[in-house]
Design a protein around this ligand. Structure first.
Ligand code: DX5
Ligand code: ZN
Length: 520
């Protein structure tokens, strides 16, 4: 299965299909149709896809929008270039192309593309500045696009800059775009030369040694440099990338800009981020939109109560309380003292509890050679048994024996186990259990990089077409961590001492609080 990225520009449309390794395996570029209404453009995209990609199985589409997009990724808010105002373009396009559509502001898509497949790979915090007629910025933090609390992050182009009263398209005056982007360079040229010059012409003059043109560019570089230093000091990114038309002006623009930043930036630890050109060029928004596309509808989060944290002396009372509060699953940890340094929950006990409740069971075997235990459980079709990838050389055999027992099968992976390890067994599983602590004990702290791992796991599964495989997370599913895990794409939360069995709250109150989080 592949995903498609559609970058809707002011005048043209750039479409590419990405394979599961994020390589572009098909592409087409076209001028926008005369009818630039949302319906007109959606119809046009539909025809392009039919003509060029009808042979390819595509799971979902991401659309880069040259304007603001709401937080759900469905509505294009303000898109002045093509005159859209609050249109639900995701709904409209889905009707024409029949696959899930996600919208994303183009400069954020460009940043995400660079982070995932370009010059920002293996970085943690990336700022990518697109220098064109205006200035667009995308910020990616630990694998997620940072929208900001109010959703409007990255408007570097509208930081106050000069004092000449230059009118900005945003309605304010003297924004940085009016001095330091293509538009600003043209306004400066008009002032200095007394005639209209394009941004390219100014660069050409400067290239030929014209001192006045050179000064205009120098001024733009300094203004932008100052803003970049503020951003570095505020966010401490480990990469700062430049893309867009002006970023191709290495000698006159990007190199002096890097020099300026390196010379004037104060860094407490003496380190500066990697600063350089973006790698994907004009394809960045298309690639990023494809990679940011959500390939499945967001599922309603489910709670699996971790029974190792229940009251062992009053197990039945806890089960009744969980039933009363509609918990979706009961999670039983099976530990053998070898695979994990703890010993608990015998099969006899799990089978006894099975007799008193209809809540589906979620049995998590943390034991060496789990094959030997699977036989012991009384399970039916709604129950799930997970075995650890690391616990047996015969993981596929273990999974198929779970299926033979008539239950759902899942593979569990420890924090240090790479996502790609499960590539060969995707046809054998209904769920992946991503451990967010090292297994063995309740009450541990989250391994922080596991949140980003959930994002990558969801993308990995969707990219290969396994949109039906659910992700369960186990370990420190607290009231604070669950929203982050849910946002990263987790479906089922193993809730133990961090939430459902928080002794300060009690099961009832904890479940009310959890429902408020997962069913807003
Ligand atoms: C790990 C266990 C724990 C536990 C969850 O082996 O599965 O993750 O039950 O509980 P808390 O909320 O204490 O992490
Ligand atoms: Zn568990």
């Amino acid at each position: 299965m592949r995903r498609i990225g559609i970058d809707v520009g002011g005048t043209k449309i750039n479409i590419g299909v990405l394979d599961e390794y994020n390589n572009i395996c098909g592409r087409v570029e076209a001028k926008l149709p005369p009818d630039k209404s949302a319906e007109g453009i959606a119809e046009f995209i539909g025809k392009l896809l039919k003509t060029h990609f009808s042979e390819m199985p595509i799971s979902c589409a991401g659309v880069g929008i040259p304007g603001t997009v709401d937080s759900t990724g469905r509505i294009a808010r303000k898109v002045p270039n093509i005159g859209w105002d609050n249109v639900n373009f995701a709904d409209i396009l889905e009707k024409h192309i029949g696959i899930p559509v996600t919208l994303i502001q183009d400069s954020r898509a460009a940043a995400f593309g660079e982070y995932m497949a370009g010059a920002g790979q293996n970085r943690n915090v990336l700022v990518c500045v697109t220098l064109g007629t205006g200035i667009g910025t995308g910020i990616v933090i630990n694998g997620s696009i940072f929208d900001g609390g109010l959703g409007a992050s990255g408007e570097i182009g509208h930081l106050p800059s000069g004092d000449e009263g230059r009118e900005c398209g945003c309605g304010k005056k003297d924004c940085m775009e009016c001095y330091a982007a293509g538009k600003g360079i043209e306004l400066s040229a008009k002032k200095v030369f007394g005639e209209e010059l394009s941004c390219n012409e100014v660069f050409e003059l400067a290239n030929n040694g014209d001192i006045r043109a050179g000064k205009i560019i120098e001024d733009a570089v300094q203004r932008l440099g100052k803003a970049m230093i503020s951003i570095i000091n505020l966010l401490s990114p480990d990469a700062l990338l430049f893309s867009g038309g002006i970023s191709r002006q290495k000698e006159l623009f990007v190199n002096p800009l890097i020099d300026y930043i390196e010379k004037h930036c104060y860094s407490t630890n003496g380190e500066l981020p990697f600063i350089g050109a973006a790698k994907l060029g004009p394809d960045a928004p298309m690639v990023g939109a494809a990679l940011a596309a959500k390939c499945r509808a967001k599922s309603k989060g489910k709670i699996s109560a971790s029974m190792m944290c229940a009251d062992m002396l009053h197990m039945e009372e806890d089960v009744r309380e969980l039933e009363k509060n509609d918990v979706q699953m009961l999670h039983f940890d099976v530990m053998d003292g070898h695979f994990v340094p703890n010993l608990m929950l015998p099969a006899e006990m799990i089978n006894q509890i099975k007799k008193i409740t209809d809540i589906p069971f979620d049995i998590h075997i943390m034991a060496e050679n789990p094959e030997q235990y699977i036989e012991k459980y009384n399970v039916c079709k709604d129950d799930i048994i997970s075995v650890h990838y690391e616990s047996t050389p015969h993981i596929q055999k273990a999974l198929s024996s779970i299926k033979q027992k008539g239950a759902k099968a899942a593979v569990a992976i420890n924090p240090g186990t790479p996502i790609e390890s499960i590539r060969e067994i995707l046809d054998d599983i209904d769920m992946v259990l991503v451990m967010t602590v090292n297994p063995g004990f309740a009450g541990q702290k989250l391994v922080p990089q596991c949140i980003e791992k959930i994002t990558r796991m969801r993308r990995f599964l969707d990219g290969l077409g396994y949109t039906n495989i659910e992700i369960e997370v186990d370990g420190n599913c607290s009231f604070e961590n669950i929203p982050k895990m849910m946002n990263a794409g987790a479906d089922i939360f193993v809730a133990g001492s961090s939430s459902v069995f928080d002794p300060k709250l009690g099961i009832e109150k904890a479940m009310v609080k959890l429902r408020e989080i997962i069913e807003p």
